[in-house]
Design a protein around this ligand. Structure first.
Ligand code: FAE
Length: 543
């Protein structure tokens, strides 16, 4: 899409919202809204009819729909607004030369593919800063999440996949699938700006040679592959390839943010939300506690931090309606803490349960010398090996890029397996812990191995042993990109995300999904949030 055309498709309100985001960034505000775009005066009001915690998919949908309903809404986001250029003239740093902008208060980056030829050549020393990617570490599992206005949309691969209707129905038996697939999935895809790669360009461009090689090897094994849509603007990507647009996906940018091309939430839902004039976002404010007053309103405590991570202010906010969009970890942690410390004692015992990794396992294969994957690789995945219908061993494996600028003959995959294992969170000594064990990951590895053993055998290839640490790990089963569950729909909440035990409190994020959805999850999270907001605005907020 040309810039002109895109502008025509944006509403006036969305353009105003984008302007608010831009002005706030330029002036270095931590408070973003149409008011702050006009004036630098601090907001004296510390309460709002509605508060949204977090600005990822669930939070962004809630903010937009509340704003459109004319409800003044405050969004509290612990990360920063990513719209200010660094000394290099860019907002985000690249994966090949990460600096302090890359990770959330770290002294060294922690990339998923951590070694090459067993050498520690991927990660870099950095100075601590509220960077855009976090890796939250628990005992046997660590979880990658995005931090900033837009949450995971800032760092993810943009794969916008609608789950198989039959699997969605299996995971959400109480949800009307006809309504989801007829109304909420299409609404989510349209709002997110989902588009598909031009198949003719895909077949001819050097940037997707790595995908075509993996497809060939899947076909040699008798396996099915399928194109997957993305929120990265493929028109922009083709112009990057032609040399007429600044490169982002074709310049190795992804997990530490994309400077161009990606329709992250700050360009879609959140811009529209700010454009309603009813939504304000506070950044660098982490909600740490929730309690309920006798009048039924909620009080949130929040720590405002500076760029060093120091708490510069402890704040309290009041609201009548509370929407939790802190993601599977953020929301679950807040609610488990509130129940266990007695500030929200009536929360259901299912809060903190039903958590899973979406069966994530990452792995690499070594190709023959003649099967080159290309030195030039786009960072946006566009195809998956779809063996989900194999009931004995269901796997959907995304064909992932490994852009190094050199030919390396590696095929990389993020396998999504149907791992039935679930874990719970517990509250011990002031912190919330995840009880996932290494044995539970072994189930995902078993499934991924069965599929990729077949692919290796059909193509006479082997695994790569050098990508996930010096110890020679083949299957990276100790991290996930897809944390799901913790406040599962119909268990910790009613069938629409209303938190059990408390009125006017809602969950709208990935914690509603019961640990597995079979594909990359953000379209599902967005569609479910749309469904929740439609119901809540129709039934709960009427005067
Ligand atoms: P999320 O987007 O994580 O947003 C939560 C927000 O709340 C964040 O901005 C937090 O900073 C903020 N927050 C948390 N706690 C607090 C608190 N206490 N106070 C204030 N703010 C708070 O949640 N999914 C796909 O579908 N396709 C992909 O291609 C894909 N690739 C991925 C690649 C990477 C590297 C990663 C990390 C994830 C990827 N995902 C992908 C997963 C996807 O981004 C994720 O499922 C969604 O972002 C989850 O959406 P939520 O709304 O649940």
């Amino acid at each position: 899409m040309t810039a002109k055309l895109m502008q025509r498709q944006l509403t006036r309100r969305q353009i105003l919202g984008m302007a608010a985001l831009q002005t706030a960034a330029t002036l270095g505000f931590t408070r973003i809204g149409l008011q702050s775009a006009r004036s630098a005066e601090p907001d004296a009001v510390e309460s709002a009819p509605a508060i949204v915690v977090g600005s990822g998919y669930g939070g962004a949908v809630a903010a937009l729909r509340l704003g459109q309903a004319g409800i003044r809404t405050l969004v509290l986001e612990m990360g920063r607004l990513w719209n200010t250029r660094g000394a290099d003239g860019k907002v985000f740093c690249s994966t090949s030369a990460p600096d302090r902008r890359s990770m959330w208060f770290r002294t060294r980056t922690e990339a998923p593919v951590s070694t090459f030829l067993w050498l520690d050549v991927v990660n870099r020393d950095i100075s601590p800063y509220p960077g855009v990617l976090d890796r939250v570490r628990y005992d046997a599992m660590s979880v990658y999440v995005g931090r900033g206005v837009g949450g995971g949309s800032l760092v993810n691969g943009g794969m916008a996949v609608t789950p198989l209707q039959s699997y969605f129905a299996e995971q959400f038996p109480a949800v009307d699938t006809a309504e989801m697939y007829g109304t909420y999935f299409p609404r989510a895809r349209s709002m997110l700006g989902v588009n598909t790669i031009d198949p003719a360009w895909f077949e001819s461009t050097e940037w997707y040679r790595f995908t075509r090689i993996s497809r060939k090897h899947a076909q040699n094994t008798g396996l099915k592959t399928t194109f997957v849509p993305n929120v990265y603007d493929f028109g922009h990507m083709q112009r990057e390839a032609a040399g007429t647009a600044t490169r982002s996906a074709l310049a190795g940018e992804v997990i530490y943010g994309n400077n161009h091309g990606k329709r992250s939430l700050d360009k879609t839902y959140l811009a529209s939300a700010l454009g309603t004039g009813n939504v304000t976002i506070h950044t660098l404010e982490k909600v740490t506690g929730i309690r309920r007053e006798t009048d039924g309103s909620y009080v949130l405590t929040a720590d405002r931090i500076d760029d060093t991570g120091a708490v510069v202010e402890r704040k309290e906010y009041g609201c009548a309606y509370l929407f939790l969009g802190g993601g599977s970890l953020g929301t679950t942690e807040l609610l488990v803490r509130a129940r266990e410390t007695g500030t929200l004692p009536a929360l259901d015992r299912n809060v903190g349960t039903g958590w899973g990794t979406n069966g994530n396992v990452m792995l690499g294969r070594a190709n023959h010398l003649w099967d080159t994957v290309g030195a030039n690789q786009s960072t946006m995945p566009v195809m998956g090996i779809d063996d989900w219908a194999n009931t004995a061993n269901p796997v959907f494996a995304e064909i992932a890029p490994l852009p190094t600028g050199l030919e390396h003959w590696v095929s990389l995959y993020l396998a999504i397996t149907k791992n039935p294992e679930r874990a719970s969170f517990s509250y011990t000594n002031g912190s919330v812990k995840l009880g996932w064990t290494a044995g539970q990951s072994a189930v995902s590895v078993g499934m991924a191995k069965k599929l990729f053993d077949r692919i290796n055998s059909a193509n006479a290839t082997i695994y790569r042993y050098d990508l996930f640490g010096a110890a020679g790990k083949v299957f990276a089963d100790d991290f996930t990109y897809h944390p799901l569950g913790g406040c599962v729909l119909g268990k910790a909440t009613d069938d629409y995300g209303r938190v059990k035990g408390y009125s006017k409190m809602y969950v709208t994020d990935g914690s509603l999904v019961p640990g597995s959805i079979g594909v990359n999850p953000f379209v599902t999270i967005t569609a479910l949030a749309e469904r929740t907001m439609a119901r809540v605005l129709a039934e709960d907020t009427a005067p």
